[in-house]
Design a protein around this ligand. Structure first.
Ligand code: G3I
Length: 397
């Protein structure tokens, strides 16, 4: 990867200008702010428009799923089993907007594996059945991850049995849903350069037990168990023009190159894209597009797998906050969707009624978080408009 710092001076200057403009946000108040109504740049170049100055205007009443599909993109969202059972208004809205779902938690080890010798598919089956009933594609999340491992894992999985435990899990789960899964997150978050391990691997239980080969093994077993599913490597902190994200992009690229050069069956990269409304000025569209081209040049597709925009430290004023969040969605998606290898966008939830951020990144002022396209009454927010606009402007793939 080339050094972005030297090539991108004009973009960075533009971004700095935008940052300054955004600092003036408090002077403009709420919905009555000047509306210029400019469109997002189809090329994904940075725009100097502040969130306050944007119109977020959308034409027509088509769903996000329909707008995305018109461009050859799949739109969907994460959903949990408990929601399916308890909230019919939400599920009805979900089915209107989405063409794809991903179980937020039901396919993790903690949900699937009550013990070393047993599987419990109850929750995962319910989510997959719901998808089948409503003609939604399903993403599987996730076969191998260092988090959400069951309590028994640390005691019962050893260097002696780790390979067999991993193979058995991937084989059993991928075979059970073969034919019903569009794509699997085979390995999640294996890279963490900060931990200073071989090839920038995260010092996870899997790495400690099996070394770097567990990634290749998981992909090979998954491909054999479900030859029709697309297989992804999925990770976070790949989005911004910061040293940390640049180091991680480079490390992920090296992993992908290595896997491809060894003939490993991997088909796409998943960008989690948990964005932060206060970091929007750190998005560098040119740099992101170059990264995505490098991924695409390896013959891989790209999915945005867990998109949301954190508002933990944004102003309390709901109108201001929604505008900043919406601008973050619009800028990110218009940058990313300029690359035709990006074929799916999933938000990590659909409505503010259910977001992991309420629990994990609550606001200090106690106000509810607003990171998703619909509010907690299931009404579209400006974030919905921003996503709709980005799909409408995206080149067809
Ligand atoms: O299911 C139990 C429930 O029985 C119990 O009463 C309750 C008590 O807190 O906990 C419930 O489990 C929680 C589970 O979510 C379901 O709500 C876990 O504590 C909680 O840790 C778990 O958090 C999930 C987290 O991953 C860890 O698995 C979040 O919902 C989920 O949004 C989050 O998603 C991850 C992606 O998988 C990978 N990328 C990052 C993303 C955000 O962290």
């Amino acid at each position: 990867m080339t050094d972005s710092k030297s090539d991108n001076r004009p973009t960075r200057a533009l971004l700095r200008r935008r940052e300054l403009l955004w600092l003036g946000i408090g002077a403009l108040s709420g919905a009555s702010a000047v509306v210029l109504g400019r469109s997002p740049q189809p090329s994904g170049q940075a725009t100097a428009q502040s969130p306050e100055a944007r119109s977020f205007e959308v034409s027509g009443d088509r769903s996000l799923g329909a707008r995305a599909a018109a461009k050859g993109i799949l739109y969907g969202a994460a959903i949990d089993r408990s929601i399916l059972a308890d909230d019919t208004a939400f599920t009805a809205r979900f089915v209107q907007e989405c063409r794809m779902l991903v179980p937020e938690n039901s396919m993790k080890w903690r949900s699937l594996r009550p013990s070393l010798d047993t599987f419990d598919f109850n929750a995962a089956d319910q989510v997959v059945d719901f998808a089948t009933q409503h003609n939604l594609e399903v993403r599987g999340h996730t076969l191998v991850w260092h988090q959400s491992l069951p309590g028994w894992f640390a005691e019962e999985v050893t260097r002696q049995n780790a390979e067999q435990v991993l193979v058995n899990h991937v084989q059993t789960v991928a075979r059970r849903y073969a034919g019903r899964i569009h794509s699997w997150d085979v390995v999640n978050e294996a890279i963490q350069p900060k931990e200073k391990q071989t090839d920038d691997f995260r010092n996870s239980p899997w790495f400690k037990l099996l070394g770097i080969d567990y990634v290749e093994l998981a992909f090979r077993v998954a491909a054999e168990a479900d030859p029709n599913a697309m297989l992804l490597y999925n990770d976070y902190s790949l989005d911004y023009d910061t040293d940390e994200d640049e180091t991680k992009r480079n490390a992920v690229l090296r992993l992908l190159e290595r896997l491809k050069s060894r003939g490993v069956p991997i088909h796409a990269l998943g960008l989690q894209a948990h964005l932060d409304g206060q970091d929007s000025h750190q998005l560098n569209p040119v740099q992101m597009q170059r990264f995505l081209r490098e991924v695409a040049d390896l013959g891989l597709k790209v999915f945005v797998t867990e998109l949301d925009v954190k508002d933990q430290t944004l102003p309390a004023n709901v109108d201001q906050r929604d505008r900043i969040v919406a601008a973050a969605y619009e800028d990110y998606l218009s940058a990313i969707l300029a690359e035709p290898a990006v074929i799916a966008v999933l938000t990590w939830g659909l409505s503010d009624r259910y977001s992991w951020l309420s629990e994990f990144k609550p606001r200090e002022d106690g106000m509810p978080v607003r990171p998703l396209p619909l509010d907690d009454e299931l009404q579209p927010k400006l974030a919905w408009n921003a996503i709709a606009r980005a799909f409408d402007q995206a080149p067809r793939r």
